[in-house]
Structure formats: structure tokens, C-alpha cells
Design a protein around this ligand. Sequence first.
Ligand code: GSH
Length: 223
Amino acid sequence: MIVVHHLNNSRSQRILWLLEELGLEYDIKRYQRDPKTMLAPPELRRIHPLGKSPVITDGDLTLAESGAIVEYLVGRYGNGRLVPAAGTPEKLRYTYWLHYAEGSMMPPLLMKLIFDRLERARMPFFAKPIARAIAQKTKASFIEPNINRHLDYMEAELGKAAWFAGETFTAADIQMSFPLEAATVRGGLNLSRPKLMTFLDRIHSRPAYKKAIERGGEYQLLK
Ligand SMILES: N[C@@H](CCC(=O)N[C@@H](CS)C(=O)NCC(=O)O)C(=O)O
């Protein structure tokens, strides 16, 4: 049986969604973020040394890293579903977006989260103006322009085809959901980028997405 080690409000929601799209049976082992630090609890490090979510176990196998989990699940259980045919331009686009989500889009969104928190953090009064100035300067000069460039790029790419890899929905769209959802809460993604917002509407209306939310529980992305 596949077990998803699922942290509330996290990327592991994506894996539940993929499993629902594939119609596979799975169990969920739940972990709660520390309400102050928002970090995963130490129990998750017993499953994988990094203690990050998602991690899956499947028999003797323990696998972390969302992209690797997606590739494993579609490869082992997909029977060709949710992946373009080998050797096609769509397959290359699929591979590109599967890696882009965590490799390129998440880093500036994570930096935004950290610097937003630094700006709001409690600290001695004399340190606050300095911390705020550093946070604001870093966001304005580096992080926000970077995020905007990514958003413009993805908006243009979704103008070329219905889904990220082409005209057919694939697991790359599942992998891309998390950075785009995160961008709506902390990256300034809104209706000024209609293709991306329509993409989110379309994925949110998929029955498998809804079922995964029902099973996963709380899914409020961090600000
Ligand atoms: N690139 C990794 C990132 C994993 C990751 O950072 N997961 C977050 C949840 S969204 C986490 O476990 N955060 C809690 C912590 O760092 O303690 C992946 O895609 O699996």
C-alpha cells in the first residue's frame, strides 16, 4: 500500500491529487506543522532524514522530493496516463515543467516568504528598522522582480497551449499547481494574469483535485 506522509498546508497535497487522478488506493499518515515555526514535526525525520513533506513509502521503498515521487508514481502505476509519449516535443515540455516547478519557481517564492516574515518578525526595537529595511530592499530589488519575470513567462507559455506540456493535462500540471497557488498568496498572482488564473480555476474544478482536498484536509498556503 502506498502511504503518503502528509504535512498539513503543504506540497504533499499535490501527491494526494496525483493519486486521485490515477485512481490508486493509498493511506495518509498525517503530520502537523509547528504553529509557531511552521516547520514539520521531528517525527517526519524518522521517515526521511530531511524531515520534509512529501515523502511516500511503498513497500520497502521510501521516496522524498515531489518531482521524484511524481515520476515514480506515473512510471510504476500510470500505464502511460498523465505523461506524453516518449520522444515527443510534449514529453520534453513535460520534463521541463516538472523540474521548473521546484527548481526555478519555488526558490524566489520561498525567499519571499522568508523576507516577508523577517519584515514582520518580533525583535528588539532597535533592530526592527534595520531588519525591515534589509527585507524591503531585498524584496524590491531582487525577489519581486524575479517572481514577476517568472509569472510573465508562465502566462505567455500558457498562451501557447491549454496545459503546460501541450493540449493534454499531465502530471506536470499537478507539479506546477503548488507554485502557482503559492504565488496567489505571496507572489502577487492575480487576475492581471488571466491565463494563470484560469489554469488554477480549471485544476480546482477537477473531481480528483476536490477529492484530494477532502482527504488531505486543511490546505491554506503559508504567507
Ligand atoms: N523540493 C521539495 C521541498 C520539500 C519541502 O520543503 N516541503 C515543505 C512543505 S511545503 C516542508 O516539509 N516544510 C516543513 C519544514 O521544512 O520543516 C519537494 O518538492 O518535495
